[in-house]
Write a protein that binds this ligand. Structure first.
Ligand code: PLP
Length: 394
């Protein structure tokens, strides 16, 4: 065969982070068969779905088995009942949305990856370290990518800087994976004001908004005045309602967003209608249930459980005086490896000396080197046991 392929794929680094982690764990286990390893690297939810969600899933599945209630293809943009649920959810944050600015999808990752389809060759600004999908999807499209550096000096919450060229696309993730840092209202306002002034578009990933407990921190970028003129928001039921295995998310593209004589909402509508056939009916009913009053309370119980772990982990780092971010409005804790160790060296050190596994910061970008991510998604019992072990080795 002699067809041309998209050689931009050659620019991607090997997707080796989690396979390398597993390789190292397996090697360690071979020589230490009885090791009781605790995983604090989990980036997935672990608690089961709430009753409201399950009831809705079962009811909708049964409807699909009856002639009178069977449904075929769902609307490409989501059923109105879920869009209405999302719209009402945002009212909690005093954000009012147009129904047709909301697009339901099978998750935030798809939308974050696919959104590149509707834009031309802009300069792309991506935080470093951050969730890798923004970088990889733009590399695949051959975009000119620049980094917005997160470091100890800016507490891993970079603010706008003069080097960001006008008319660019800027990705923001708050609360951030992996650093756990979240922008407060004032900081996010700086980004919104900046983007409006320099003609840029913000793509705002709020997948972890449900972990925000502090009123000084916005759940949505649209809590900031003017954001509808400069921002797309992408969110998910994955972390808010434990849907990582069910798959559902949403993207908001306000009608105000316009560039080059094109309505961005219309472009996304066209893109989705061409390449996406919607989310399954039972999952959309489950999503609707997750955003009902009772559903939100059930989901909150699970998040409270994880946040108890985050609190215990944060306390350890406070007591030890180790620099860290996150753990407050986020399930992630991001800390500096002791004694100037590199991320992977610290991974091995922790595995060998505490039988605790986390995620090396270098896996989230060059500026993550020397840092380490642990998560609060394990059980209370295992988290407490891990903390006891960490106390001895940190
Ligand atoms: N955005 C961030 C920052 C994430 O960490 C993740 C998953 O870990 C996602 C998006 C993906 O969300 P979804 O499960 O809806 O695809």
């Amino acid at each position: 065969m002699n067809i041309k392929i998209n050689t931009n794929f050659d620019l991607l680094s090997e997707n080796y982070l989690f396979s390398e982690i597993n390789k190292r764990i397996n090697k360690y286990k071979e020589n230490n068969k009885d090791a009781n390893i605790i995983r604090l690297g989990i980036g997935d939810v672990t608690l089961p779905l709430g009753k409201k969600v399950i009831d809705a899933l079962i009811k909708a599945s049964n409807e699909m088995g009856k002639m009178e209630t069977f449904r075929g293809y769902p609307p490409e943009y989501g059923y109105d009942f879920v869009k209405e649920a999302v719209m009402n959810y945002y009212k909690r944050f005093n954000v009012s949305l147009d129904l047709d600015s909301i697009f339901i999808s099978d998750g935030a990752k798809s939308d974050l990856g696919n959104i590149v389809d509707i834009f031309g060759d802009n300069t792309i600004y991506i935080p470093n370290p951050v969730y890798p999908v923004y970088l990889d999807s733009n590399l695949m499209s051959g975009r000119n990518i620049k980094y917005i550096v997160g470091n100890k000096e800016n507490n891993f919450l970079p603010l706008p800087n003069k080097e960001i060229k006008p008319n660019s696309i800027i990705y923001l993730c708050s609360p951030n994976n992996p650093t756990g840092g979240a922008y407060n209202h004032d900081e996010l306002k700086k980004w919104v004001d900046f983007a409006r002034e320099n003609g840029s578009l913000i793509i705002y990933d709020s997948a972890y908004e449900a972990f925000i407990y502090d009123d000084n921190y916005p759940h949505s970028i649209y809590e900031i005045a003017g954001a509808k003129d400069c921002a797309i928001e992408i969110c998910s039921f994955s972390k808010q309602a434990g849907f990582t295995g069910l798959r559902c998310g949403w993207t908001i593209i306000p009608f105000e967003l316009e560039s080059d004589n094109h309505k961005i909402n219309k472009l996304w509508k066209r893109r989705q209608a061409t390449k996406f056939n919607g989310v399954s009916y039972p999952v959309q009913r489950a999503a609707e249930a997750a955003l009902s009053e009772e559903g939100i309370l059930e989901c909150k119980n699970n998040i409270n459980y994880y946040m108890e772990n985050a609190k215990l982990l944060s306390k350890l780092f406070d007591e030890k005086g180790i620099y860290y971010t996150g753990g407050k409005n986020s399930p992630y804790i991001w800390f500096k490896c002791p004694n100037g160790m590199k991320s992977w060296d610290f991974f091995d050190y922790l595995l060998e000396n505490a039988n605790v596994v986390g995620t090396p910061g270098a896996g989230f970008g060059t500026f993550g080197e020397g840092y380490f991510r642990i998560t609060s998604f394990n059980t209370h019992e295992k988290t407490i046991e891990a903390i006891e072990r960490l106390k001895k080795v940190l």
